[in-house]
Design a protein around this ligand. Structure first.
Ligand SMILES: Cc1cc2nc3c(=O)[nH]c(=O)nc-3n(C[C@H](O)[C@H](O)[C@H](O)COP(=O)(O)OP(=O)(O)OC[C@H]3O[C@@H](n4cnc5c(N)ncnc54)[C@H](O)[C@@H]3O)c2cc1C
Length: 413
């Protein structure tokens, strides 16, 4: 009997396992993939996420690797460029760009050090119930042996298609549809002189691009298209990428002088949803609970945030200081309240629509004001609250876009 079984050993599951084990709980962490394997994801880790690594004592581990620490960001919005530094978040004043083959093992090693029992290449196939309460998992090892394990709580950290979430019938209570497809590749020889990250927003052409330096002297180039164009993009990724790059001459020039080192990969399955994240004996964290477009690079930070909040709530419950079901429900409420504003901003950006009039007026006015530019970038990085930068009616516009996305998604279904 474990205190907690966690399905999925990456950005949501591994830190949660670590946090519970550090509080003395008996934790089993499972993943069907080998530890250290890659996953389809770019890996811009915002300072808001990195500040949780620091809180957990893991930022030093990242600093021992060749992962770039990004100080400044260049936000190119049509012909306007906002260059600046976001304020620090809880003492962390850089963003990081670790390949997942570097970040995820740091998280799993920390869980291991804390005493978590880890089994990789183990596929969970179903849940065990006692009435409507989840009491364990059934699964298979890599050599096909069937295994059943029991726990006081089972956590699905198993990605957007969450088997745990589906097995308990957790509904998507916010489902704002899919608005982009995104494809990326790694390049050598394109390192920017200032070794920093760039975001390119072409509002009239409905294109978005993110580039940043990463490990092994490579740079990542991530291109977005409206989802309506996904079929054409997927038919010929090279041609679609070339056409997009032609619209961004600075980036095209960089890419032309370097060499692409990987194939172009990505996905058109980028839904924006909140899934109910708790119930009797179970909870969801990371993409299983909240999936959003990668356009704001928020996924890893969200997963860390989930681990942090659930680690606190479950820690109390498993220590007998709080009722378990109340703790699970409080976790779900807290994560929604904390992450919904950035979810709304993400959906708004993912719709690749013309810049709201307020921003058309505001942004040229702040371009030479380092504090204001820093705050605008900080809102994106999560180190400045969105409501400190955007007026209430603009925040309302972001959540109205989520409503509109929901209506369109319902109509399409
Ligand atoms: C194209 C793309 C680009 C992205 N770029 C960024 C970015 O720049 N910055 C950022 O912060 N986020 C980014 N994200 C989002 C980020 O990848 C996710 O938010 C993050 O990986 C979520 O972590 P997680 O632990 O919830 O789930 P995952 O990382 O998806 O891990 C889930 C784990 O569960 C395991 N699993 C699933 N089912 C089972 C089962 N039945 N049994 C056992 N194991 C199971 C899987 O093997 C997997 O290892 C991007 C996503 C995509 C798709």
């Amino acid at each position: 009997m474990y205190d907690a079984i966690i399905v999925g050993a990456r950005c949501g599951g591994a830190p949660l396992a670590m946090l519970l084990a550090r509080q003395g709980q008996k934790v089993l962490l499972l993943d069907r993939m080998p530890i250290g394997s890659d996953i389809m994801s770019t890996h811009f880790l915002k300072r808001s996420g990195a500040s949780l690594l620091r809180k957990w004592g893991l930022l030093e581990e990242l600093n021992k690797t060749d992962t770039p620490a990004i100080q400044a960001l260049n936000f190119h919005i049509d012909s306007l460029t906002l260059s600046g530094r976001a304020p620090a978040c809880d003492g962390v004043d850089t963003d990081f760009t670790p390949r997942r083959t570097i970040l995820d093992p740091i998280l799993v090693n920390a869980a291991d050090d804390a005493g978590v029992e880890i089994r990789d290449e183990f596929t969970v196939t179903s849940l065990v119930f006692d009435g409507d309460r989840v009491t364990g998992i059934r699964g298979k090892t890599s050599n096909g042996t069937d295994v059943t394990e029991h726990a006081k709580v089972v956590v699905g950290a198993d990605g957007p298609h969450s088997l745990v979430g589906k097995s308990v019938g957790a509904d998507l209570y916010v489902d704002a549809g899919t608005h982009t497809c995104g494809y990326y590749a790694y390049y050598s020889g394109i390192r920017d002189a200032d070794d920093t990250a760039h975001l390119h927003v072409l509002t009239d052409k409905r294109r978005f691009a993110i580039t940043f330096p990463t490990n092994d002297d490579l740079d990542m180039v991530f291109l977005f298209w409206p989802t309506a164009e996904a079929k054409d993009v997927r038919r010929d990724l090279n041609a679609a990428s070339d056409a997009s790059l032609r619209l961004i001459p600075d980036l095209e020039a960089r890419v032309r002088r370097g060499e692409r080192q990987t194939r172009i990969t990505g996905t058109h399955i980028l839904p924006n949803f909140f899934r109910r994240a708790h119930g009797p004996g179970w909870a969801l964290v990371g993409d299983a609970a909240l999936h959003r477009d990668p356009i704001t690079a928020q996924g890893i930070t969200n997963a860390f945030t989930h681990a942090d909040i659930l680690g606190e709530e479950l820690g109390l419950a498993l220590a007998g200081e709080k009722d378990l079901d109340t703790a699970l429900s409080d976790y779900d409420r807290r994560q929604f309240e904390k992450l919904k504003p950035m979810f709304d901003y993400t959906v708004h950006l993912a719709m690749l629509q013309p810049l709201p009039e307020d921003l058309q007026t505001m942004l040229p006015q702040i371009v030479n004001n380092p504090d204001a530019v820093g705050a605008f970038i900080g809102a994106f990085m999560g180190s400045v609250p969105l409501d400190a930068v955007f007026p209430p009616h603009l925040l309302q516009r972001f959540s109205d876009d989520v409503e509109r996305g929901q209506m369109e998604a319902r109509r399409a279904a």
